[in-house]
Design a protein around this ligand. Structure first.
Ligand SMILES: Cc1cc2nc3c(=O)[nH]c(=O)nc-3n(C[C@H](O)[C@H](O)[C@H](O)COP(=O)(O)OP(=O)(O)OC[C@H]3O[C@@H](n4cnc5c(N)ncnc54)[C@H](O)[C@@H]3O)c2cc1C
Length: 482
């Protein structure tokens, strides 16, 4: 930082503590905590601001804009792509204390602060017989503000859609501190250009959200869970296409390849399907009215009879939980292969998933690194992992080459480089594979129009970033103990 800008930052800080005393922190611990997210690269902010009321966000942004201080909005910091870290220092705006929840049971709308934890909102609405379906695996930690800013997905998207499908209105502040109201707690709203949808998925680069109106739906009365083993990934993914054609409408449809299953079996010392070790697996949930679930179950089991090697049905909520544990174990067990996991969240058309898996298996042979893959096969969103050891330069080089090849293949298959984690820093190098120069220029023009001084989350999405040039930090994050 040059002398002038250092002086400007100091003036900005003094103005901040004068205007909003007691909410700005400069101690090492606060700054370090706000310097990392789940990408585990650390960039220290100068100040962490924990706002207690929405209006303070407007005041902070007015000052930041006047003195050109970078501002990085932050929820829980669970971003998988580095979108929540202050790449260029400045101020981290911690929104986690804005966590009020109001539920309009008649209108089926929740009006909440962005800091509400996803699972807390789900519990609060379910208490009233209502349902908020988006369920990222990080739901016990992530905030709804972060979910909106990343347009988070999860397992239930196959039936219920992503976070965007539930956002009715967003209120907050633009980069210069002016308030905005893009949508209200109303089911219909078509006044003016739809900037609400522009903000969803904008990763804190276009505005700061301080209040969110969410659509709720009635809570499904019944759930059923089943698990199916297949001899190969191709057979499992062929079944995915076939079951939709047969009229099955799952609320969750998860796929595990044989590499993932092998990891879990090695890690637990138990075979998931006795007699069918290292099979590929589909985990399926049905939900709805009991009669609908009964009908769907019959259809599904009839369809699977000829196709699956083995079937397991959960008879109780506890046994359903045991089946879901299989999926969770896969994720943790991968660290028995290597100490670092690149977790991609690519999407391809449902019918092309088998081709993608054939490619990940070929890639494993080509680069000599494991590529275990699982994910949301119901909407083509697969988590392809490349496992490597951080201490090995050779493995790191192979992983880097592997990720680029994977992204090229995904785009060639008509897919997208990210389906739920967003771009942040980690996916920025692949934006030019996905988008034309004109498309990127349009996105940048929007950014300049809404944030002319470029103070909001600078360095994200558009600037090519070399993740590999930065060392990961050793830090234990809350979700590491799941
Ligand atoms: C174990 C684990 C599992 C995960 N599973 C999933 C999954 O299944 N599906 C999925 O989609 N993601 C998943 N993620 C990624 C992550 O949890 C999501 O991206 C989540 O939406 C981030 O929420 P957060 O509160 O942690 O946001 P943060 O990480 O704090 O911020 C994320 C982005 O949102 C911006 N932001 C935050 N709040 C606001 C606001 N109020 N206004 C404007 N911008 C804001 C930040 O600037 C940043 O760009 C997972 C992460 C982990 C660690």
């Amino acid at each position: 930082m040059d002398k002038n800008s250092l002086k400007q930052q100091q003036t900005a800080y003094r103005a901040l503590v004068r205007k909003l005393p007691g909410i700005a922190y400069t101690d090492d611990e606060s700054r370090f905590r706000a310097s990392v997210d789940n990408l585990r690269l650390s960039f220290l902010p100068d100040v962490v601001i924990r706002v207690k009321e929405a209006s303070q966000v407007g005041e902070v942004l007015k000052l930041a804009n006047r003195y050109t201080v970078p501002v990085t909005p932050r929820g829980a910091g669970s971003s998988a792509t580095g979108s929540a870290v202050p790449l260029h220092g400045g101020w981290v705006l911690d929104l986690s204390d804005l966590n009020s929840i109001e539920i309009d049971v008649v209108g089926r709308i929740a009006t909440i602060g962005p800091g509400v934890i996803t699972a807390d909102l789900q519990a609060a609405v379910e208490d009233k017989g209502l349902f908020f379906p988006p369920d990222p695996s990080s739901k016990k930690y992530s905030t709804i503000g972060g979910n909106v800013a990343c347009n988070a997905g999860g397992m239930r998207c196959v039936k219920y859609g992503v976070t965007r499908d539930y956002v009715l209105g967003l209120q907050g502040f633009m980069a210069d501190g002016s308030p905005f109201v893009f949508g209200l707690p109303l089911k219909k709203y078509v006044s003016g250009l739809n900037l609400r949808d522009l903000l969803i998925g904008s990763e804190g680069t276009l505005g700061v959200i301080t209040s969110i109106n969410l659509k709720l739906i009635p809570k499904p009365e019944k759930r059923w869970t089943g698990m199916f083993a297949f001899k190969s990934e191709a057979a499992a993914l062929k079944a995915v296409v076939g079951l939709f054609k047969a009229g099955v409408s799952p609320s969750i449809l998860e796929f595990l390849d044989r590499q993932s299953v092998a990891c879990a079996e090695r890690y637990t010392g138990k075979v998931i399907f006795e007699g069918f070790s290292r099979s590929s697996i589909l985990l399926i949930e049905l939900d709805g009215h009991p009669a609908e679930v009964r009908g769907q179950r019959k259809l599904l089991l009839g369809f699977m009879r000829e196709r699956a090697l083995a079937t397991r049905e959960a008879k109780t909520a506890l046994s359903a939980e045991k089946l879901w544990q299989v999926r969770r174990t896969c994720s943790q067990s991968m660290f028995s292969i290597a100490d670092t996991k690149l977790n991609e969240d690519v999407v391809v058309p449902i019918a092309k998933q088998a081709e993608l898996i054939r490619y990940t298996i070929a890639l494993k042979k080509e680069i000599g690194l494991a590529t275990p893959t699982f994910g949301h096969a119901g909407d083509g969103n697969l988590h392809v992992h490349i496992m490597y050891n951080r201490g090995s330069k050779a493995e790191m080089k192979k992983a880097k080459a592997g990720i680029r090849k994977l992204m090229e293949k995904v785009v060639e298959l008509g897919g997208v480089i990210t389906g739920e984690h967003g771009v942040g820093l980690a996916k920025a190098p692949f934006m030019s594979l996905q988008h034309s120069k004109a498309e990127i220029a349009s996105m940048k023009a929007v950014k300049v129009a809404l944030d002319p001084k470029g103070i909001l989350n600078p360095g994200k999405v558009f600037e090519p970033f070399e993740v590999w040039k930065h060392d990961k930090v050793e830090v234990v994050l809350p979700w590491d103990h799941r």
